[in-house]
Design a protein around this ligand. Structure first.
Ligand code: NAD
Ligand code: WQD
Length: 336
């Protein structure tokens, strides 16, 4: 079976994808510098799958070290590139760190792929490139808005870097998956999101409030033009997202010519913050405490995906419900 490099493979989405790849019989080579992950995740991947990925503690910005990985393992079939920094607010404070890590890491990787004649790439992009869309749901043809943060801009620039590289004649076939809002955890409760310090995203804050690890959840804004006044997102279970990468690889392997394409990965359903709370409450004896406060600056009002292209072309469907997402997130938080 072929070997796949997963950069950032010990992170939240990468670890779930490693599990799916190992379960499908792929050899998995994880490259991660542990800047936002822990070595224990490797043992947990082994525990779930009964299989052992190869692990290199390497920074993708270190070109020589990355080159060595390709040299030590000839015949790598594909790379799934997750490794990046992802905290929006931090990217505003430290733009150079974000451009350096996210863009330089990708450039090194593309150079290594060219040198090693590795032709298949799946790149982690984000719905953040759409900004506040004029029309919903967003398709891959929806015009992009100027990035609202340096983080968002690194995703836009990265997509352009891949496109231009392939246009120049590089022998690479590539797919960007634009993830909507990944949440949830592995049903074993052995893998999940591991925020450092105060979480930035909604779900870890919801699970912490649900378990009394924080006094309450602050709901940012109730005066949006939505069904209940709170903002709407397309929450997608991380295991569904992981499977989308397998489907993307299956499809890449079947293509003969070099190309670049983009797929939205969401459920196609928009849920409000209050609906997420309601769903979480089904798991609790006492409803989780929350307080409605002012809008968070920079937040979009509503966004959800049209994922028909991924459904049809990649033969991928989201299976998990919002209730599955809140339940598995809570089980993971209990296990932390
Ligand atoms: P994560 O932080 O949990 O995982 C990223 C992993 O990459 C971490 O293990 C980190 O240690 C590693 N890493 C970072 N920089 C590295 C470097 N220079 N060299 C080697 N390893 C490095 O994040 P995640 O949520 O799993 O996100 C994975 C990818 O998906 C990222 O590219 C992110 O931008 C993208 N994405 C995430 C979300 C989300 O909400 N989680 C949404 C859309 C897109
Ligand atoms: C979801 C909703 C908040 C916290 C971020 C990144 C984006 C992409 C996806 C990577 C919003 C509300 C949140 C809280 C709340 N990531 N909320 N109280 O804003 O859609 O996007 O993740 O590419 O780039 O910006 O996700 O989880 O932060 O927020 O009411 O304490 O929850 O206002 O409506 P968001 P989020």
């Amino acid at each position: 079976m072929s070997s796949i490099i997963i950069t950032g493979g010990l992170g939240y989405i990468g670890s779930h994808t490693a599990v799916e790849l190992l379960n499908c019989g792929y050899n998995v080579i994880i490259v991660d510098n542990l800047s936002n992950s822990v070595p224990k995740t490797l043992d947990r991947i082994k525990k779930i799958t009964g299989k052992e990925p190869i692990f290199f503690e390497i920074d993708v910005c270190d070109k020589n070290a990355l080159t060595d990985v390709f040299k030590q393992h000839s015949g790598i079939s594909a790379v799934i590139h997750f490794a990046a920094y992802k905290a929006v607010a931090e990217s505003v404070a430290k733009p150079l760190e974000y451009y350096k890590n996210n863009v330089m890491g990708l450039i090194n990787l593309l150079e290594c792929m060219n040198e090693a004649n590795c032709q298949n790439l799946v790149f982690s992009s984000s719905c953040t490139v759409y900004g506040e869309p004029d029309l919903l749901p967003v398709t891959e043809k929806t015009p992009l808005k100027p990035a609202a943060s340096p983080y968002g801009n690194t995703k836009k620039i990265s997509e352009d870097v891949i496109f231009d590289t392939i246009q120049s004649g590089a022998k690479i076939k590539a797919i960007s998956l634009r993830y909507f809002n990944p949440v949830g955890a592995h049903p074993s409760a052995l893998l999940g999101e591991l925020p450092q310090g105060t979480p930035n995203n909604l779900m870890p804050l919801v699970t912490q409030a649900a378990l009394g690890k924080r006094e309450k959840l602050f709901v940012y804004g109730s005066d949006y033009n939505t069904k209940d006044g709170t903002a709407i997102r397309d929450y997608i279970h991380v295991s569904d997202l992981a499977v989308a990468h397998i489907k993307a690889l299956d499809w890449l392997f079947k293509q003969e010519s070099c190309f670049y394409d983009i797929f939205n990965i969401g459920t196609g359903t928009g849920n409000s913050v209050l609906e997420v709370i309601e769903s979480m409450n089904k798991n609790l004896e006492k409803p989780l405490p929350y307080e409605i406060v002012a809008r968070r600056p920079g937040d979009v009002e509503k966004i959800y995906a049209n994922s028909e292209k991924a459904n049809k072309v990649l033969d991928w469907q989201a299976k998990y419900t919002l209730d599955d997402m809140t339940k598995t997130s809570l089980d993971w938080e209990k296990n932390l």
